[in-house]
Design a protein around this ligand. Structure first.
Ligand code: URA
Length: 185
């Protein structure tokens, strides 16, 4: 499947009830040849309005953290576990996630990133392990089929709790080191 086919099919998706409440499908943005992909949970109000991931307050913090490790959001690829906004920003249900992972798997297949960064517990549980404990296991690198995967706190969680800022910064430095290391191999 080409990007064009994937995107137009995704835009018309009605595989789960979240499609009924959406203003826009939030497909994903960034460099489709990127070696690094960031995956959040799902669109919030601003993302639903704009059709672009991480454009609200959490997105502004994400952009700052990316800039701090010399990454521009346009150089990476950014997507979410679910492409349509859950009502009231609740966590996406497992049925919604399972339906929507169809699209994310195809995005992975087309991009073939070397690094995947899970932003928060929902993404970590969908991608790394369904029992993932974000407080205990963030910052740990996992390897699956040659892809290096790490989870860190969701930017919204950092905005709610200042104490998460320092560990998240450690994770971002570890991501910067991994990018450098992989560039040499
Ligand atoms: N939170 C997410 O998980 N994803 C977004 O796109 C915005 C906020």
């Amino acid at each position: 499947m080409t990007w064009q086919e994937l995107e137009s099919l995704c835009m018309a998706c009605e595989m789960c009830p979240l499609s009924k409440g959406r203003t826009n499908v939030v497909f994903g943005v960034g460099n489709r040849q990127s070696e690094i992909m960031f995956v959040g949970e799902g669109p919030g109000y601003h993302e639903d309005m704009r059709g672009e991931p991480f454009v609200g307050a959490a997105g502004q913090l994400l952009d700052k953290m990316l800039a701090a490790i010399d990454l521009d959001r346009r150089a990476a690829y950014i997507a979410n576990i679910v492409k349509c906004r859950p009502p009231g920003n609740r966590d996406p249900l497992s049925e919604e996630q399972n339906a929507c992972l169809y699209w994310l798997r195809r995005q992975f297949a087309l991009i073939r990133p070397k690094i995947i960064v899970c932003l928060g517990r929902v993404a970590a549980r969908a991608i790394i392990d369904q029992n993932f404990k974000i407080t205990r296991e963030r910052g740990v690198w996992f390897e699956r089929k040659g892809v290096h995967i790490i989870a860190t706190f969701h930017p919204s969680a950092i905005l709610r709790d200042e104490e998460k800022k320092r560990p998240a910064w450690e994770d971002f430095k570890s991501i910067r080191d991994k990018i450098k290391l992989l560039a040499r191999t």
